[in-house]
Design a protein around this ligand. Structure first.
Ligand code: ATP
Ligand code: MG
Length: 487
């Protein structure tokens, strides 16, 4: 745990961070003025306060809490916001945008969850403190009231944030009984913020893991995606697995914890999968530094071997085989991701990558024919670049020579793919006029001369790029005239 400075020092630092945030968001103060002028309270809350203190940078959406009811928020912002919309009026949240900045303004909550249906029943409250008490973690239960910029931190979230520690405002048992999704959120924050969950939080997650089944697949999926899209997802994944949450939301993952052989010579498949995920994330950055985190690649990396437990066979001589685990794995991935309500495109792409992740190993030391290389490209379709990354990431041997050899072999495959692609694009180039057009333009019958004209036009096309039919026709006539005179 990091050394935590005294609270006074943390408050001073957070004041600076909040001033910096507000300095960069003058419209936020104007928005607050409107609500206050109409007799309401308003405060910056939740993720906005946390992130401002933790990682000062351009804020995303700004989260606000207010005593105003949603219709009063809409009335106060009329004529000021460029647009307003209901994020979920049912949840008391109004969205607003001005000059490209988005705001989510939520009426104070005093909700009680219906513990039978898990549906949050929204009741509005009148107090900021009560609203904060209902939030998931102490680091998310801080507010800065506006316009006076008072930090409201009833649960010592500031200290937890400095200690990178995840605690709940009330007991974790009460909190997770109210909304079991918070257990997934704990794992998500462990990944995103690199916070460690307090022992009592971990204990409650472990004891109550099964209750996650009461939460809708869509809510679980959204937290899982945020977890996987973090810079370093490992601690979040490990928490899911160790607490037993993964047994309910992604059971194929804990099932990977098998010893490959009785000699314990190989890393188990679970640890291998985590390393493949981490290596895939490295390649994501190395290859396309501007593109963001890639959910499909990360899911494929994490799940690529989930067919192994089902296909494991102990062969003679102490060997272990996993025949067709890529096919079985693709099926399992498809089923699981569909159950988590991922969009069809995500399901299809991940399943395809899982199914193809071993194909490269047939390449040996480069014996594939051009036809085999073409088939690899055709079968991977749009997923080819991801397949390159997944296949490269899937090498976790500690033997540096072996790893370098595999890398070189894959370089060689990529080079051949590039050469073939270039050559075949060239091969696909046609002259501007086809044989029929040539015969019509020159008034000649099929024969040797048509072929000659065709090849001449093709050379012109390769030299000049596309000529267009008119210029091609004019040049063809000129060539023909000059050729006949020359004869
Ligand atoms: P991010 O926006 O990066 O996903 P966040 O912390 O802002 O992170 P949101 O889901 O936007 O998360 O929620 C905003 C705030 O609402 C949180 O900071 C937290 O205070 C509160 N909150 C969100 N979901 C829950 C929940 N299930 N139970 C209790 N409080 C919640
Ligand atoms: Mg947020």
């Amino acid at each position: 745990m990091p050394d935590v400075p005294p609270r006074a020092a943390l408050e001073a630092a957070s004041r600076l961070a909040i001033d910096a945030l507000l300095g960069g968001a003058p419209a936020l103060l104007a928005l607050a003025d409107r609500l206050v002028a109409a007799g309401h309270e308003v405060a910056l809350v939740g993720g906005s306060v946390r992130d401002a203190i933790l990682r000062p940078q351009a804020p995303g959406d700004l989260d606000l809490a207010t005593s105003a009811r949603p219709d009063e928020v809409l009335a106060a912002l009329a004529g000021w916001a460029d647009a307003t919309w209901d994020v979920g009026i049912a949840f008391g949240t109004v969205g607003a945008r001005r000059d490209g900045q988005q705001y989510e303004i939520t009426t104070y909550r005093a909700d009680a969850y219906d513990r039978a249906t898990r549906k949050p029943e929204v009741t509005y409250g009148d107090s900021l403190l009560e609203d904060l008490r209902r939030r998931d973690f102490t680091i998310n239960a801080m507010a800065v009231t506006l316009p006076d910029r008072t930090l409201v931190d009833p649960f010592d979230g500031l200290v937890d944030l400095a200690a990178l520690r995840l605690r709940t405002p009330a007991t974790p048992e009460e909190s997770f009984a109210d909304d079991p999704l918070r257990m997934m959120r704990a794992a998500r924050f462990a990944a995103q913020l690199q916070v460690s969950v307090a022992p009592e939080v971990r204990a409650a997650m472990t004891a109550m893991a099964e209750r996650i089944t009461m939460v809708s697949a869509e809510r679980v999926r959204d937290e899982l995606s945020k977890l996987l899209l973090a810079d370093r997802p490992r601690p979040g994944i490990e928490l899911l697995v160790e607490s037993g949450l993964a047994d309910h939301v992604l059971p194929e993952l804990p099932a990977l914890r098998l010893e490959i052989d009785e000699h314990h010579r190989h890393k188990d498949v679970y640890e291998h999968s985590l390393i493949v995920l981490e290596q895939a994330i490295e390649l994501e950055r190395a290859h396309e530094p501007t593109s963001g985190a890639d959910l499909v690649l990360r899911l494929a990396a994490l799940l690529h071997d989930i067919g192994k437990p089902r296909t494991r066979r102990f062969e003679r001589g102490g060997r272990v085989s996993f025949h067709h685990h890529e096919v079985v794995g693709a099926k399992l991935a498809r089923k699981r991701l569909a159950a988590l309500r991922y969009p069809n495109a995500v399901v299809d792409d991940v399943a395809m990558l899982v199914e193809l992740h071993l194909r490269f190993h047939g390449y040996g030391s480069g014996e594939w024919t051009d036809a085999a290389v073409r088939r690899y490209v055709r079968d991977a379709q749009e997923q080819l670049v991801r397949l390159h990354k997944l296949t490269r990431a899937d090498c976790t041997t500690r033997n540096a020579r072996k790893a370098a050899a595999l890398r070189r072999t894959y370089d060689d495959l990529e080079r051949r793919i590039g050469e073939l692609a270039a050559a075949e694009e060239l091969a696909a180039i046609r002259p501007d006029l086809d044989g029929n057009a040539i015969m019509a333009v020159l008034g000649i019958a099929p024969g040797r001369e048509v072929g000659e004209a065709y090849r001449w036009l093709l050379e012109r096309r390769l030299d000049e790029g596309p000529l267009g039919p008119e210029r091609a026709e004019a040049e063809l006539r000129a060539w023909w005239a000059q050729r006949t005179t020359a004869d």
